[in-house]
Design a protein around this ligand. Structure first.
Ligand code: NIG
Ligand code: FE
Length: 424
């Protein structure tokens, strides 16, 4: 038995397991002051006032109780990142200099760099090499309190290499403490060999790649970069509908660079989530609210591409459930700090600290179909927990750009202890 004793705050984020939190609900964290959490095996068995936790432990604990003192600290659910492109080879730091000199993200892609640069490196890498590079990123995620992530393919852009990425993700899910939920995103860019005939690539995606990925059970979701100069809304719909036919639930990179009808399309096809949404239209936002499409917002991408972030306030006020993510990728957001994304959500999108935490826990869990197991601290849920060196949840956003993660419990096991790695 493991007992987290007397935390200044336990932010349970309870009450949202059946549906993502919207509007004012995003502010209701159901915080317990002077709280205790008790874990038995892989499950949370008690959460409440520390005085009651003491009694629970003395009644059920026996001799073997690992007590972690959390005085003056804040306990939250393990953070969840519902949008990453974490499996890739190499890096693209030279693009930062190009962009600082005036090149845009899309110009770099159209000149064969950007996503296509990472595609070349990923195609050339072995599966073992991909696993090795990605493992280091997962270590960093965990050190920042992130216990589950979504992972998209999309740097292979041809069957063998897309499969290689997805198999690497599956291997790491089994091997590493961080859990990975896979998304097939072969529609991340049009590869050079199809530049003159993108529709032919759409056919390869729908008739060859999606069936192969589904048959091998390598992904739960299908995603498309619906953007001017990449995939049109019509092509995106074709791809996502093919995914649905093969049991892959739709997600969409929508309205990132220009307004392009991506939010509207997400609502029309009943996507689980629409992501980015920097330039989403008012009609698109309303449609998402009506259909309950989750907005996965990526303030780090706007920050790193030096552009205006999504209008989170408008979305929350319209009743759209909002989640947050790093977008971890080699080009537009090379970071594993979901905590810093929360800082940015507060400081650049005016989300409150409470909304930001809801967006990285229960709402993020809904965006990857795991809200029955993770995303809140409730008896019966998986024991994924973080102790932050912060006296309350507001302090986590106030003492910004610093990793306040102290202890991380994954599946009931302390994997980061006092900031130090505690796993093989
Ligand atoms: O979500 N926008 C498209 N895809 C990624 C970036 C991928 C890359 O630049 O390598 C994103 O920002
Ligand atoms: Fe992305």
């Amino acid at each position: 038995m493991l007992y987290i004793k007397n935390a200044a705050q336990v932010a349970t984020i309870s009450g949202g397991s059946h549906a993502p939190k919207t509007g004012i609900e995003m502010e209701r964290l159901n915080i317990i002051e002077n709280g205790g959490v008790v874990v038995d095996g892989e499950r949370i068995v008690f959460v409440g006032a520390d005085q009651e936790a003491v009694e629970y432990v003395s009644r059920h604990g026996g001799e073997d109780v690992n007590v972690i003192l959390a005085e003056g600290k804040t306990v939250t659910p393990g953070l969840i990142d519902p949008h990453t492109h974490v499996v890739f080879a190499g890096s693209r730091e030279h693009e930062l200099t190009l962009r600082l000199r005036g090149a845009t993200y899309m110009e770099i892609l159209q000149a064969g760099g950007g996503i296509l640069n990472s595609t070349n490196k990923t195609r050339a890498a072995s599966e073992a090499q991909l696993i090795g590079e990605t493992r280091k990123r997962l270590d960093r995620f965990l050190a920042h309190g992130v216990t589950t992530i979504e992972a998209k393919s999309g740097y292979g852009l041809r069957l063998a290499d897309e499969l290689k990425q997805l198999r690497a993700a599956r291997f790491l899910h089994d091997e590493h403490p961080v859990d990975l939920v896979s998304t097939f995103m072969g529609a991340h860019a049009v590869p050079p060999e199809y530049k003159s005939d993108p529709d032919a690539f759409v056919t390869i995606l729908t008739e060859e790649m999606i069936p192969a990925v589904a048959k091998e059970g390598l992904a739960e979701y299908c995603d498309v970069f619906c953007e001017e100069g990449v995939f049109t809304p019509k092509q995106s719909r074709t791809i996502l509908e093919a995914g649905l036919k093969w049991g892959l639930k739709p997600k969409i990179h929508a309205d990132e660079i220009v307004p392009y009808g991506g939010a509207e399309l997400a609502a029309e096809i009943g996507a689980v989530s629409a992501e980015h949404l920097l330039r989403a239209s008012d009609a698109g936002i309303r449609a998402m609210a009506e259909k309950g499409v989750i907005a996965v917002l990526l303030p780090g991408t706007a920050f790193f591409l030096m552009t205006k972030p999504a209008d989170a306030r408008k979305m929350i006020e319209a009743g759209v459930p909002v989640a947050l993510s790093t977008d971890r990728n080699p080009g537009s957001s090379p970071t594993e700090s979901l905590l810093f994304m929360m800082n940015l959500a507060c400081l650049t999108m005016r989300m409150t600290p409470a909304e930001a935490l809801t967006a990285c826990t229960i709402n993020a869990a809904h965006a990857i179909g795991r809200a029955d197991r993770i995303g809140s601290i409730e008896a019966g849920k998986q024991a994924d927990l973080v102790i932050f060196d912060a006296p309350n949840i507001e302090y986590m956003q106030y003492h910004y750009a610093v990793n306040l993660t102290e202890t991380v419990i994954k599946n009931g096991i302390p994997v980061i202890v006092n900031g130090q790695r505690n796993y093989a």
